[in-house]
Design a protein around this ligand. Structure first.
Ligand SMILES: [Mn+2]
Length: 296
């Protein structure tokens, strides 16, 4: 598929290959898109993201080195045919990652976050979550089932016992009325894509809400505008630019202890020149930089 010449370049900027026990960052893929009711393709994302990872340099966009980060790749984890029956096995695998490591999970559709967040809640009992997504995914039932992509966060909160008030939703712009009612009733903070794009204070409001917390970021690539990330299950107009998303991430997480990231809903069959996969890689590497340089 790729015409990009990667000869001589190392996967993950040459950072991978460390033993699990001493890794600073532990990667895993969950190549599952069985909950994608609009269109499938995200199961191919972990492979595509890994394949193109050699493009990335071991330096952040502001020139700080990433060399020295020890990365261990667990490879792909198998949830089987259905996330409903398969999430707990994958959660057990991820929960075994030493809690000192930053967990980085490559989806998969957003229901892969059910396994990821269940593991993170076990690794970090004080976990807070920043859910960056065009959609809150808080429906109890959607598109014919309770384990479809519109229910991803609702199921994740149930199985992980993470209190809804510990979640901040950012980048939202497509809602089901039921979701807005849930957000209001449970005291969740929702910052829309419009607010993020228009008001400089909204990122700092999120930062205040997350200050001092052990933070997992669940990043649905559809938070980005389709112009920046066309390769996704269900593109939603009016989203963030890559630039806005990177700046928001940096400001919103500045006071948090970063413990994980899952990057979901990249769909290589709908991508254009790999720009969505490369946007995902940029977000991952910058997030690693925030983690690495935030520790010292
Ligand atoms: Mn989502």
């Amino acid at each position: 598929m790729s015409k990009i010449n990667l000869a001589g370049l190392m996967p993950w900027a040459g950072l991978a290959g460390a033993p699990l026990e001493t890794a600073d960052v532990v990667l895993a893929g969950i190549p599952y898109d069985g909950s994608a009711v609009y269109r499938k393709g995200a199961a191919l994302a972990p492979m595509r993201i890994r394949d193109l990872s050699p493009i990335m340099p071991p330096v952040t966009e502001d020139g700080r080195p990433l060399g020295g980060i020890k990365v261990h790749d667990l490879g792909d984890l198998d949830v089987g045919a259905e996330i409903e029956s398969g999430w707990s096995k994958v959660a057990d695998q991820l929960a075994g990652v030493p809690p000192t490591a930053l967990l980085t999970v490559l989806g998969g559709d957003h229901c892969t976050a059910i396994a990821t967040l269940a593991a993170q809640a076990r690794r970090h009992p004080d976990l807070a979550v920043l859910w960056i997504d065009a959609h809150p995914d808080l429906c109890d039932f959607s598109r014919g089932g309770r384990w479809t992509c519109g229910c991803a966060m609702r199921r994740a909160l149930e199985v992980s016992s993470i209190g809804p008030a510990r979640v901040v939703i950012a980048g939202g712009r497509d809602y089901d009325p039921e979701e807005l009612e849930f957000i209001r009733a449970r005291g969740m903070l929702l910052v829309s894509a419009s607010e993020l794009a228009g008001e400089s204070g909204s990122a700092r409001m999120v930062a205040d809400a997350l200050d001092g917390k052990s933070l997992h970021v669940s990043f649905d690539i559809d938070a980005l505008d389709p112009a920046f990330a066309p390769g996704t299950e269900i593109p939603s107009a009016g989203g963030l630019s890559s630039r806005q998303a990177l700046d928001f991430l940096r400001i919103a997480t500045a006071g948090s202890k970063l413990v994980g990231l899952d990057l979901v809903e990249v769909s290589p069959p709908f991508d254009n020149g790999d720009i969505t996969t490369l946007a995902a890689l940029k977000l991952i590497f910058e997030f690693w930089g925030m983690f690495w340089h935030g520790k010292r």
